[in-house]
Each structure stands twice: as structure tokens, then as C-alpha cells.
Design a protein around this ligand. Structure first.
Ligand SMILES: [Zn+2]
Ligand SMILES: [Zn+2]
Length: 217
């Protein structure tokens, strides 16, 4: 293995003064998975095919490139649409069975729905562990990521072909969330699945409870 040097990464940076954040954008010319997605689904809108990261203004670029606090996965627009449709469906369901439901449902449902919304926002914007610059790593335990263009710690970082980015403590790439699920955002991912399952079960229970009460009259 050759000497580890800080090599230039293929990511472009651009200033976005309107919101005070600086964006890091992937260079799409090296992507192959993006073309695949467009071919299979034929709905290019649902995959912008780029991972966008944001970091706080007035910070050392070299430092922040290593770990931007916020990022949007390549399927972020799809996830936003899913969350909006989901919330509307739940509100319709809530209004339909509001008058027949128990007091627990009337109170617990909106609280849990609010938690789902907050959880989804965190899942959407939290950086799962993308890095854009080489960090200090041991020469023996690192490998060269030729997509990112730098050396990276083996066993910690995995290159996600969907996000076209190296991600720390990578678990899987979620097609619904449209981003990587790693150790960092796993808790929010699991919370979302649990809450949605709970809300569905609770709603079904309310309907059957109502039917059971009525059948006794
Ligand atoms: Zn990589
Ligand atoms: Zn990914």
C-alpha cells in the first residue's frame, strides 16, 4: 500500500448564502447506480440521485467536510412525499374514528403522530455518517475508496453505492427513507417503524372495540 495522502475528493462545494449553510454536492459523473435506478423505475423525479450535505457556516471547511451535521439522502424527496401522504392518511383516519374512539385514543394518537413527525424530520436531515475528506487512519487497517478518492478505515466505513458516499457504521441503505441507515440514526429508524405499527394496531383496535360495543346493544 502506498503512502496515505490527503487526496482531493470528487465532491464539489458551493455556497448557499440564502440559508447560511454551505452545501457539498456529489459529482454525478462517477455514478452508476443512479442510471440503474432511473432505468428500473423510470421515475427520475423520485431519485434526484445526489447526496447533499450541509454544515454550519463560519467553520473550518477541512474539519466539517469530515463530518457534516446534516445531509439529505438521494431519495429525500421521495421520503418527504411518503411522510406527507402518511400524515394526511392518519389525520383522515383520526377524524373518522374520533367520535367512536375511547379517550385514550383521542389523547395518545395525536401525541404519537407528533413524535412520528419529529422522528421523520430527524431521519431526513441527520447525517448518518457521510464523510467527504480523509480522516486520520491507520495505514494497515485502511483501504482506498476509489469512488470517494481517499483512504478510509476498514471495518468502520462502507461505501454506499446508492448515496455514492462512504458512511460510518453502515447498516443498510433504506429505499423508503432514501438514505443510509447507520449506527447513528438506527434508533430513529426503529422508532419510526415501531410507532407506525403501534398507531395502525391501535386504530384497528378502536374500530373493533366500537363494533363490539354496538353489537351488545
Ligand atoms: Zn467511498
Ligand atoms: Zn446509502
Amino acid at each position: 500500500m502506498t503512502d496515505i495522502e490527503l487526496s482531493s475528493s470528487p465532491y464539489k462545494e458551493e455556497e448557499n448564502s440564502s440559508i447560511g449553510f454551505t452545501r457539498i454536492k456529489n459529482d454525478l459523473s462517477e455514478r452508476t447506480i443512479n442510471i440503474k435506478y432511473t432505468k428500473y423505475l423510470n421515475i427520475p423525479y423520485f431519485h434526484f440521485g445526489e447526496t447533499i450535505s450541509f454544515y454550519y457556516p463560519n467553520t473550518e471547511i477541512n474539519e466539517e467536510f469530515k463530518n457534516p451535521p446534516f445531509s439529505l439522502g438521494p431519495g429525500h424527496n421521495q421520503f418527504i412525499i411518503i411522510v406527507i401522504i402518511g400524515l394526511i392518511s392518519y389525520l383522515i383516519l383520526y377524524s373518522l374514528i374520533f367520535f367512536i374512539s375511547t379517550i385514550y385514543y383521542k389523547i395518545i394518537f395525536p401525541i404519537f403522530l407528533f413524535i412520528v413527525l419529529i422522528d421523520s424530520i430527524i431521519l431526513l436531515i441527520k447525517n448518518p455518517g457521510f464523510i467527504y475528506k480523509q480522516i486520520d487512519c491507520n495505514q494497515n487497517s485502511s483501504f482506498y475508496c476509489n469512488k470517494c478518492g481517499f483512504y478510509i478505515e476498514r471495518g468502520i466505513y462502507t461505501h454506499c453505492p446508492c448515496c455514492n458516499c462512504c458512511c460510518a457504521n453502515f447498516d443498510h441503505h433504506c429505499g423508503v427513507v432514501g438514505s443510509c441507515i447507520s449506527k447513528k440514526n438506527m434508533i430513529y429508524f426503529n422508532t419510526l417503524i415501531f410507532l407506525v405499527a403501534f398507531l395502525n394496531a391501535f386504530s384497528i383496535y378502536q374500530v373493533f372495540y366500537f363494533l363490539w360495543i354496538n353489537s351488545k346493544k
